[in-house]
Design a protein around this ligand. Sequence first.
Ligand code: F6R
Length: 242
Amino acid sequence: MILHKFKNQSDLDRAAADLIISMVRSKPNAILGMATGGTPIGLYKEIVKTYQAGLVSFAHAKTFNLDEYVGLPITHQESYRNFMQRNLFDHIDIKRENTHVPDGNAADVDAECRNYDKMMFEQGPVDLQLLGIGGNGHIGFNEPDEHLSRGTYKVTLKQETREANKRFFNHIDEVPTHAVTMGMGTIMQARAILLVVKGAEKAEILDRTLNGPITTQVPASLLQTHPRVIVMTDCDVDYKVS
Ligand code: F6R
């Protein structure tokens, strides 16, 4: 893993955006793995600025998002399809048909999961997967557990995840209880991974991710086994290479 530390979040956002932009410049038909939540909003703004300045095009790029809530209509502001349109896709020249977000409203969710994996298998692998991290160490919505899933699946969100995400809703009761997420196997197939971690409150889980035991109780710790992971953070954490 490579750890880049930043003094402030705006420098971090710019550097993370630049990495994604340079991937698309060097490979215009790159496949990007996208994330939602609070973490990527600033870096998506930087990507939009660069696009608006005419310095990058996404006309041939494809995206696959990590996850989507189950049962939230895509017209809902907080559905991840809606989030991606508002924060990125509506402001760049990516083709709608080249963007993929799991359908959390599919009549047959298991079939949707299999279909998502099939599309990723046929079109992938992802060239650069962007990740945030949950306070409990989840990536995508792969929550800490005794076992982790390989492919895309429907997950029951942990109470702490719903609590963390209630800031985007009016009330905790509105936060969906389930989501569809890429599995760990799918995430680990990406050629390269960019993990962005912001805020002092994430320092402890980032330390466990980088330096702790590899355990399904901290799903992000599995990233230690991936050959090309770049971590960008404003946390005061070191990578202790043994
Ligand atoms: C979102 C996702 C999640 C978030 C994580 C952190 O697509 O996959 O793993 O990255 O929950 O969320 P924020 O950035 O809101 O702290």
